[in-house]
Design a protein around this ligand. Structure first.
Ligand SMILES: Nc1ncnc2c1ncn2[C@@H]1O[C@H](COP(=O)(O)OP(=O)(O)O)[C@@H](O)[C@H]1O
Ligand SMILES: [Mg+2]
Length: 299
């Protein structure tokens, strides 16, 4: 079985500013740092660090070569990432002010240049029983789901960011991994609803999917056929929760696709995500399999 993560690759440009720039104002920033980002990239890194053999598919511009290097260093196969000449890599321009608040301008770039032809070329290398991991940050997602379902692949979706294009695709999804905000949007209920209630409703609404609901420091819930499992979060000193959900996704999938039961996979994922939130950044904060396994023994 092969695992293909077909998703976003982003550059996060973080500018340190004394205050957010106002209309008509010209403001000098104190520093600029470029970080790797994109849920697709983070989930591929998490899958690889969790011990899976993973292929990433997506698109970048000529300015995105360092993203490929990071994926390769993590052990991700990048032969299905296409580098485009006429479009920039997807990116975010992030202003960070003195109190640590930020405001973000997003540009889809190459992530929004995924074509049906690229999807056909990529899926030709995969077959029935292989897994496809998706988020909602690339173009032609509906076509991708349709072709992967026709090919008999196991479809995993993290419906983030949520929008109206997603509900019609959910009947084709085998694993639906989402947080409480996405669940509330999907179910049209308040975000503060009890997690058990959300998990039960998701299962009733999407009976063909295995549901994995993450609720931050409150842990996570699994809703499969007639079973609800609950895993608490591992208490830690939080430094930066960026990529908590992506880390959880990669480790949980690595567990279940690798043949473990859901309870073990939830524990594996919770320990990995707890380690990630104690460290700054996105991909660099994701631990590897050995570190997670040794921490699991202590719990
Ligand atoms: N403050 C925290 N302490 C410990 N673990 C956490 C914390 N926040 C998140 N996690 C772990 O990461 C998982 C995913 O976090 P969550 O916030 O639900 O995802 P997302 O990043 O998609 O919003 C949680 O289920 C939990 O296991
Ligand atoms: Mg959250």
């Amino acid at each position: 079985m092969k695992v293909l993560c077909f998703g976003s690759l982003n550059i996060d440009y973080v500018y340190d500013v004394p205050h957010f720039v106002r209309g008509g104002e010209t403001l000098a920033s104190r520093s600029l740092h470029a970080y790797t980002g994109g849920k697709g990239l983070n989930q591929s890194v998490a899958l690889a660090r969790a011990g899976m053999k993973v292929y990433h598919a997506g698109a970048i511009g000529e300015d995105g070569t360092f993203l490929l290097e990071l994926l390769r260093e993590a052990g991700v196969n990048t032969e299905h990432v296409e580098q485009l000449k006429d479009v920039r890599t997807g990116h975010a321009i992030i202003q960070k002010d003195e109190s640590g608040n930020n405001c973000i301008l997003l540009y889809g770039g190459a992530n929004q240049s995924i074509t049906r032809q690229q999807i056909d070329r990529t899926l030709a290398a995969f077959s029935a029983g292989d897994a496809l991991v998706l988020q909602n940050e690339i173009s032609e997602l509906g076509y991708l789901v349709e072709r992967a379902e026709a090919a008999g692949m196991t479809i995993v979706l993290n419906p983030s960011p949520m929008d109206d294009s997603l509900p019609p695709l959910l009947g084709s999804v085998d694993y639906l991994l989402l947080n409480e905000i996405e669940a509330a949007q999907l179910l049209h209920i308040p975000e503060a609803s009890a997690p058990e209630e959300m998990a039960k409703r998701l299962q009733a609404q999407f009976p063909g999917s295995t549901i994995l609901l993450t609720v931050g420091a409150q842990g996570s819930l699994y809703a499969g056929e007639e079973t609800i499992l609950r895993q608490s979060a591992v208490p830690v000193q939080v430094m930066d929760t960026t990529a908590a959900g992506d880390t959880y996704t990669g480790f949980f999938l690595s567990g279940v696709l690798g043949g473990h039961g859901p309870a073990w996979a939830m524990k594996y994922a919770s320990v990995a995500a707890a380690i990630a939130v104690t460290r700054p950044g996105a991909a660099p904060s994701i631990p590897d399999r050995e570190e997670v396994l040794s921490r699991m023994k202590e719990i």
